[in-house]
Write a protein that binds this ligand. Structure first.
Ligand code: BG6
Length: 476
């Protein structure tokens, strides 16, 4: 391969809760992400440390209206088509289909919404790439069952997956079972609807919930293959290699361990069994996974077809306590500041070559097709006196990353597509802000939810259109 293959799936990625709004429309139930306010309570709730089961009058919940994609998707999809999108990654909101998660019947209005959405994409030959849950669990399942702590979620999830696979089998070929499945360890309420009780062994709870999600993911792969001709069912990792700060073997070992915390999930989903390092970790940390007969066989038999991953930053780790103090933020994973690299306005390390390294690392490890399903720069965009956003910084970020992705393809890595994050401005997952923008399309809305929601093309719109039109040739 000397460049992007023919048929490379260029596009963008959004998530239901960050784009759709209409949070209770047409029978939709309340989900965990609808309970994340902006402000200081957000993070403790995301960690599962502060219970949040009902929206409060005193708080602002940005997902409730988001950018109103629910009512405006036709306009937005037309703009994506103008850029030449071959694919749109989006998620189905679980609670639009099963408002409580355990309802006897699915909600027809919710099913119809996605039917119409997929039909609209089809008009433009835009291939949907669908995430089953993107950080959402129906709140009823959290209150009644304890969410993914409870084994019953496996069957409820499988039913949800089978319902949407059956309904959309002629419309959707590419699926992802869980968004950033490893986020469960870092933001347990976001990743799995976990709320910890006083005195609970958090590691035990997290890994038991992880086991349930891993079995559910394998059962979704099984169902997808049974129901959808030529289905491609993938997993999804919040990726980004961890670099050792120094050549001290302790740092190197620490970096490997940190990467394995995250690879753990994909090792199971792609290789079909718990790795030895995880078994040792369980033994040494008093973690006893409760498994049902047949679980190990399910994990073995139904591995994923491809590896989806998000890439925003690499990370740095050190065992030296003085160096450890020099932290920066970055997609939730704390990292030591890399002295060779710049950071974004939100402190996320900018490391284009890290994308090439990460892609090679994942391909060496799994030998399955990769799909870069998130990447991008969250930045403050200030429209100029003519109301236009000249986002050269975003173009520079993306250009550098895409060049490195091309290098990875030249290295022999099989990458089937690239969907940049938030091709239209949406609500930030970590902070709930609107001003943290990723889009080629500006949306008039601020952090307080004020604005007309009008869409406007940024400078990067034309640039990305050209990237797609030339299949990445202009990146040289
Ligand atoms: C990923 C998530 O972790 O990062 C997205 O899958 C999220 O939902 C994206 O939006 C960027 O993070 P943020 O916090 O800048 O929106």
């Amino acid at each position: 391969m000397t460049g992007f293959p023919q048929g490379f799936l260029w596009g963008g990625a959004i998530a239901a809760n960050q784009a759709e709004g209409a949070y209770l429309a047409d029978g939709k139930g309340l989900t965990t992400v609808d309970l994340l306010p902006t402000g200081e309570k957000r993070f403790p709730i995301m960690l599962g440390k502060l219970p949040s089961f009902t929206p409060l009058e005193s708080e602002f919940y940005p997902s409730h209206e988001a950018i109103d994609f629910y009512h405006r998707y036709k306009e937005d999809i037309a703009l994506f088509a103008e850029m030449g999108f071959k694919t749109l990654r989006l998620s189905i909101s679980w609670a639009r289909i099963f408002p409580n998660g355990d309802d006897a019947k699915p909600n027809e209005a919710g099913l119809q919404f996605y039917d119409d959405l997929f039909d609209e994409l089809k008009k433009y030959d835009n291939e949907p790439l669908v995430t089953l849950p993107h950080f959402d669990v129906p709140v009823h399942l959290v209150k009644e069952y304890g969410s993914w702590k409870n084994r019953k979620l496996v069957a409820l999830f499988e039913r949800y997956a089978r319902t949407v696979f059956t309904r959309y089998k002629d419309k959707v070929k590419y699926w992802l079972t869980f968004n950033e499945i490893n986020m469960l360890l870092h933001l347990p309420f976001v990743g799995a609807g976990l709320v910890f009780e006083e005195g609970e062994n958090e590691l035990q709870v997290k890994y038991q919930a992880a086991h349930h999600q891993l079995v559910a993911s394998a059962l979704a792969v099984k169902a997808g293959h049974e129901i959808i001709p030529n289905a491609m069912i993938g997993c999804m990792l919040a990726a980004g290699m961890t670099y050792p700060y120094s050549s001290n073997p302790d740092d190197v070992m620490d970096a490997m361990d940190k990467d394995r915390d995250n690879f753990f999930f994909i090792d199971v989903q792609s290789r079909g069994e718990y790795p030895g390092y995880a078994k040792r970790f369980f033994r040494e940390n008093n973690i006893n996974l409760v498994m049902e007969d047949g679980d190990e066989q399910i994990l073995k038999d139904y591995t994923v077809d491809y590896i989806g991953f998000s890439y925003y930053s690499s990370r740095v780790t050190s065992t030296d306590s003085e160096i450890q103090g020099n932290k920066t933020s970055g997609n939730v994973f704390a990292s030591i500041k890399n002295p060779y690299l710049e950071t974004s306005e939100w402190g996320w390390t900018i490391d284009p070559k890290g994308l090439r390294i990460t892609a090679n690392q994942l391909y060496d490890r799994y030998q399955k097709p990769l799909f870069v399903v998130e990447n991008g720069l969250g930045a403050v965009d200030m429209p100029n006196e003519n109301g236009e956003v000249e986002d050269d910084y975003r173009i520079a970020y993306l250009n550098a990353h895409l060049k490195e992705m091309k290098e990875a393809i030249k290295d022999g890595v099989d990458i089937i597509g690239y969907t940049s994050w938030g091709p239209i401005d949406i609500v930030s997952a970590s902070t709930g802000e609107m001003k943290k923008r990723y889009g080629y399309i500006y949306v008039d809305r601020d952090n307080q939810g004020i604005g007309t929601l009008k869409r406007a093309k940024k400078k990067s719109f034309e640039w990305y259109k050209n990237v797609i039109a030339t299949n990445g040739e202009i990146l040289d």
